[in-house]
Design a protein around this ligand. Structure first.
Ligand code: PBG
Length: 329
């Protein structure tokens, strides 16, 4: 049989690697770390097998475990000792993230990113301060502009503790501008902002909310997070964050939004980050536990698809296992 084109020629062992278009490396990954001020021992997160909330005293150990796999950066999430309506523990100098970041900065070389949001700190579980609006639906909603000052205050408290990049994720209009202005005013002009520019109102955040006890006490987040039906709107959100001074543009979640990652990659020259969220991790684990999928292979294939779609930085709960296996290859 004469066939001029035989694509299979390039798929032989020893050659596949040479013609591989996409590669994963441990320097692509940001590992999420949960620090919990309400416990003095590690608490496993049931819906995220292999992940734990660690006490502040073990934050350094936890980060060292990450660094051992070859990953250089972590994003820190906190569970505070108490919650209130204004989320005041989010910017406290002795807050859970601030204490953990101080220790991690002092004792490790990790690149430390912090999540700037309020939902883990408010007793109502929303990502900002609430206000009543009699003639709107919902009547009780996040007060956009009043929340901006709080976010700026949180970012400064993280920078004071030693955070090297801040990642606002509350989907408050104007958040990047408010945080940028405040960082600059405080002498932190070199601290970049990784903005969760296109964050969708997603059911894939379920396990994370269990991990941080950050479920909204009423209603949901669809009056500030994006409608999953929209991609043009995502481009507008991202463009606004670029204008406001964002350094890295994040799309979240990742797997159900690969088209959005690709669209942002094509339109903007900034680094693009993608957050492979908790539910995307949990579903592969659940299927693997039933023996229906091979965990390591599907994890690798999923994360590779995020990179192929156009992400430069990948936040994933698979970071450590994948980096660990890359280092053995
Ligand atoms: C908000 C925040 C959330 C996640 C990261 N930051 C939850 C939310 O918006 O409800 C979800 C990440 C994940 O599911 O892994 N601070």
């Amino acid at each position: 049989m004469i066939l001029r084109q035989r694509p299979r020629r390039l798929r032989r062992d020893g050659f596949r690697g040479l013609v591989s278009e996409t590669t994963l490396s441990s320097s692509d990954f940001i590992a999420p770390v949960f620090v919990d001020a309400t416990t003095d021992k590690r608490v496993p997160i049931d819906s995220m097998p292999g992940h734990e909330r660690v006490p502040v005293a073990e934050a350094v150990d936890r980060v060292e475990e990450v660094l051992e796999t070859g990953i250089e950066s972590v994003i820190i999430f906190g569970v505070p000792e108490s919650k209130d309506s204004s989320g005041s523990r989010a910017w406290a100098d002795d807050g859970v993230v601030q204490r953990a970041v101080r220790d991690i900065t002092r004792k490790t070389d990790a690149f430390i990113i912090t999540d700037v949001c309020m939902c883990e700190y408010t007793d109502h579980g929303h990502c900002g301060i609430l206000e009543e609006r009699a003639h709107e639906s919902p009547t009780l909603t996040v007060a956009n502009d009043a929340t901006l000052n709080r976010l700026a205050q949180i970012a400064i408290s993280h920078a004071d503790a030693g955070a090297q990049m801040v990642a606002p994720s509350s989907m408050t209009d104007g958040m990047v501008e408010a945080i940028r202005a405040s960082l600059d005013e405080h002498g932190y002009e070199d601290i970049p902002i990784m903005s969760t520019a296109a964050k969708y109102e997603s059911a894939f955040y379920g396990p994370f909310r269990e991990a941080t006890e950050g479920d909204p006490a009423f209603s949901d987040r669809r009056h500030y997070q994006m409608n999953s039906a929209n991609v043009r709107e995502a481009m507008q959100e991202v463009a606004l964050d670029v204008e406001q001074g964002a350094d890295v543009l994040m799309v979240k979640p990742a797997l159900a939004y690969l088209d959005v990652i690709r669209a942002v990659r094509k339109e903007f020259d900034h680094p693009v980050a993608a957050y492979n969220v908790s539910g995307e991790y949990a579903m592969l684990h659940a299927a693997a536990e039933k023996g229906w999928l091979d965990l390591d292979t599907v994890a690798r294939e999923s994360v590779l698809s995020i990179k192929r779609a156009g992400a430069d930085l990948i936040l994933t709960y698979f970071a450590e296992t994948i980096a660990g296996s890359l280092s053995k290859e």
